[in-house]
Write a protein that binds this ligand. Structure first.
Ligand code: BDR
Ligand code: CA
Length: 319
């Protein structure tokens, strides 16, 4: 089984990703870090505590920093709803949080299992950047790192050219990419070009609704109610009745190596631009004379992936 530390800002698509992981027999969720992003860290943390309990994940769930490294926090409650999970109504959490801070959980788990633990970042990079201050050897202690973030030389979904997970904490993302450039294996980056190819349509929402109606685990109800809100947001934003679902693609690729190819590319984060702060710039032409810093996900197979995701959820949550 693959031991994974998931650092996320749950978040509708983060919740789908966590559920996917819980449905896989070949994955051990070794830890969860609650990072502020879509909603404040404390709200993310509550979502992670409740979801991990309902999903039967007994991994430690640690609260991350309550703000990015430099800028004040920003939130996306228009996209994910004020609780981060759209229309879903969550029970009160009964399990207890891990007493450690999120950054310390990164360090402790990586040190306990050198060369084994895979890191998966589905939100801003704040806590991983803080973990690197405690343990600069993290890039060599982890087996590898997978990240959902960025829009490489591409329009953004937050600023004109910036993607949400990077835009919330550009300094953290820049430090993480710089540190992991020397890792034995380059971090795998799923940017918007890859993840925006994954769209749920009415057919996928119907399948989630069916799962929610036919089964007892409340997680299916939570996902259906959350995803319905995501559709309403996308419709109000002019995309029609659908939703882009980012985090699960990167998650499934981290587990299976499937559904996309990768290619090495030097990538850095713009911190100074007055119009482009938080942009992820890829040096396609080799102008910087620098070695690649990421393996960028390319050639996504959306139809195959969406079927894999839905059938994994149905097999794991269904009766
Ligand atoms: C990213 O931003 C968040 O809203 C999603 O959960 C995803 O991680 C997409 O830009
Ligand atoms: Ca996320």
């Amino acid at each position: 089984t693959l031991p994974l530390l998931v650092d996320c800002d749950t978040g509708i698509d983060d919740a789908i990703a966590l559920t996917y992981l819980a449905c896989r027999d070949d994955v051990e969720v070794a830890g969860i870090v609650s990072t502020g992003g879509n909603v404040p860290a404390a709200t993310v943390h509550r979502n992670n505590l409740v979801l991990s309990e309902l999903l039967g994940l007994d991994a430690p769930v640690a609260l991350g920093a309550d703000r990015p490294l430099v800028e004040p926090p920003m939130f996306a409650d228009d996209t994910h709803g004020p609780t981060g999970l759209g229309h879903a109504v969550l029970p009160e959490p009964t399990r207890t949080e891990d007493p450690r801070r999120g950054a310390q959980l990164w360090v402790d788990l990586a040190r306990e299992r050198p060369g084994e633990l895979v890191g998966l970042v589905l939100g801003p990079h704040t806590n991983l950047a803080l973990a690197l201050e405690i343990e600069p050897e993290l890039p060599r202690l982890l087996r590898r790192l997978h990240v959902m973030g960025g829009a490489i030389n591409h329009r953004g979904n937050t600023g004109a050219t910036s993607e949400w997970n990077i835009a919330v904490d550009p300094e953290a993302a820049q430090r993480v990419l710089a540190a992991f450039a020397s890792a034995p294996r380059l971090p795998v980056l799923g940017a918007l070009q890859a993840t925006e190819q994954i769209a749920f349509t009415a057919a996928e929402l119907d399948r989630l609704e069916h799962l929610a109606g036919s089964t007892s685990p409340p997680v299916a109800r939570i996902l259906a109610d959350a995803v319905r809100f995501y559709f309403e947001f996308h419709e109000a934003d002019g995309f029609g009745w659908m939703a882009h679902v980012h985090d699960p693609l990167v998650t499934a690729h981290a587990v299976t190596g499937e559904f996309a190819e990768t290619r090495p590319l030097p990538v850095d984060v713009e911190l100074a631009g007055t119009l482009t702060r938080g942009q992820t710039v890829g040096d396609e032409l080799g102008r910087w004379g620098r070695e690649p810093t990421v393996d960028l996900m390319t050639d996504v197979r959306p139809t195959e992936f969406v079927e894999h995701l839905l059938s994994t959820l149905e097999a794991g949550l269904g009766d």
